[in-house]
Design a protein around this ligand. Structure first.
Ligand code: PHE
Length: 346
């Protein structure tokens, strides 16, 4: 019996030396020191021993238990210490490591121009409205003085969803929507940025999907000189204080009279270059005095209430400002283009 105990003790101590994690240690403890472990089993079998043997064996068992417990505790605290040290090493911050350069996104050039133009008009006291891209035939055409069969409908090739529903071909339907929503309130002073859609073949200057900004001002006694003053101030804010503009007569069914506005070529200053096709001028928007029919259909009937409206292409202006020569560049998400805008302040 004593020999067996001694052998068990040697075995237990030998086993313990290669236990180096807390789970293995616990298994060891259960096996040798647990209630059903080897030592307890030995104690329980002492009933079969003689009177003389019992105290001797008892004492040996207790000694062995003490040795095993002690060795176990020492081993356990070593293992715990080692784990703690490793944990600490893992958590240590190496301040000599080179940092990671954060990836800087850039505002898309189109968005940049939209925001810049919005800021200018907000400064004039305009507010920003947005409208539905899927529009009714009524708001896209009829409420803008373009009845069915009107020849001017051909000016805009339309994506129809069905005979009464379409993708808006311009932001002008928001003139009609805003008037109806606001009447009889005055003044109305809004801009409407947003996507528009036309059945165009895509090339360097055409896209079937592009961005416009509409403007509408309605109040008592608004005149053509208000239109000109606002648009000239806008052009100066956008292109520089010496910017000149000119208005050429044009036609839109929803404005009367109608005009197209040119700015002095921002590249050659008017001397003539390939961008302005040697005319010295670049067209940037359509405008005019709101047609009386549009005002009446919008719920403004009173004599003396007049207004002006304008609409311009955002891509076209961004192309001018940033020297982008192909409108498709705006939609291709080519990082080589976009990266150039990380550094450009608004
Ligand atoms: N909606 C016109 C277009 O798409 C532009 C415009 C807007 C003209 C407002 C006059 C007044 O071409």
């Amino acid at each position: 019996m004593l020999e067996r105990l001694q052998a068990m003790k040697d075995q237990a101590l030998a086993d313990l030396t290669n236990k180096d994690d807390i789970v293995a240690l616990e298994a060891w403890r259960v096996m040798y020191l647990g209630k059903k472990g080897e030592l307890s089993t030995a104690l329980r079998s002492m009933g079969s021993l003689s009177q003389e043997e019992r105290p001797v064996v008892g004492q040996v068992v207790n000694e062995i238990r003490a040795v095993l417990e002690q060795t176990f505790e020492t081993k356990r605290s070593q293992v715990l210490q080692k784990a703690a040290n490793e944990e600490e090493r893992r958590n240590q911050l190496d301040i000599t490591l080179p940092g990671r350069t954060p990836f800087l996104g850039a505002e898309h050039p189109l968005q940049k121009v939209i925001r810049r133009i919005e800021d200018i008009f907000l400064g004039f006291g305009f507010t920003i409205e947005e409208g539905p891209h899927v529009e009714t035939d009524y708001f896209n055409f009829e409420a803008l003085n373009l009845p069915k069969d009107h020849p001017a409908r051909d000016m805009q090739d339309t994506f129809y969803i069905h005979s009464e529903l379409l993708l808006r071909t311009h932001t002008s339907p928001m003139q009609a929507r805003t008037l109806l929503a606001r009447q009889p309130e005055l003044p109305v002073r809004i801009i409407v940025p947003g996507r528009v859609y036309r059945r165009d073949d895509d090339d360097a200057t055409h896209s079937h999907e592009f961005t416009q900004m509409e403007g509408l001002v309605v109040d008592h006694g608004i005149s053509m000189s208000d239109l000109k003053g606002v648009l000239l101030t806008f052009a100066k804010e956008l292109f520089g204080e010496h910017q000149q503009i000119r208005l050429r007569p044009s036609f839109f069914p929803f404005t009367e009279p109608s005009a197209e506005m040119d700015v002095r070529c921002i590249y050659c200053g008017g001397d003539g270059c390939s961008t302005c096709k040697h005319t010295g001028w670049i067209e940037i928007l359509g405008c005019g005095m709101v047609h009386p029919h549009v005002l009446t259909m919008g719920g403004y009937h009173e004599e003396g209430i007049t207004g002006f409206a304008f609409g311009m292409g955002m891509e076209r202006i961004a192309m001018l400002l940033y020297g982008i020569t192909d409108i498709r560049q705006f939609y291709m998400n080519d990082l080589r283009l976009l990266d150039q805008f990380t550094q450009i302040a608004r």
